[in-house]
Write a protein that binds this ligand. Sequence first.
Ligand code: HEM
Ligand code: ISQ
Length: 152
Amino acid sequence: MTFTEKDEALVKESWDIMKQNIPEYSLRFFSIILEIAPAAKNMFSFLRDSEEVPQNNPKLKAHAIKVFKMTCESAIQLREKGEVVVGETTLKYLGAIHLKNGVIDPHFEVVKQALLRTIEEASGDKWSEELKCAWSVAYDHLAAAIKAEMKE
Ligand code: HEM
Ligand code: ISQ
């Protein structure tokens, strides 16, 4: 699939909506991950010792934002260059962090579904098949880069 200007605009637009309520959407994002894969909870240092998902955890928020932002940046790169290039240092770091915390390939599908559902809820009647596809493609490219690094 070629990533068009329209796709990029769709991704940016829904990220703008999400930005207006980061606490809510980051929590929602995380809760959906745990709904799909409850065992994932223990992989996260900021959750390991708590009973439920903390309502206002700065680390959770900061990380969740990064995931959305990086996916959004991937969309921009896909449109500009036709591929996703993550800085080598960032990629090495992310590869190492995820490997160390026990993340395996199938988890990426879980995070993808959670990301899409969060965007669906956030974008309301702006949600469309096209929007879903644009985020999916951007995420898949980014995930592939991290997964490849984890296999190095
Ligand atoms: C940490 C991004 C996929 C689990 C992080 C961090 C970022 C990130 C930015 C924070 C690193 C730091 O500053 O310390 C991403 C992106 C992903 C992705 C962009 C996909 C494209 C996944 C998946 C899982 C996962 C599939 C498994 C459920 C974790 C865990 C940490 C982490 C356990 C460590 C959190 C902690 O305890 O501090 N990720 N991630 N990530 N991620 Fe991901
Ligand atoms: C880290 N990696 C993937 C998804 C995440 C969601 C919330 C907080 C941190 C995360």
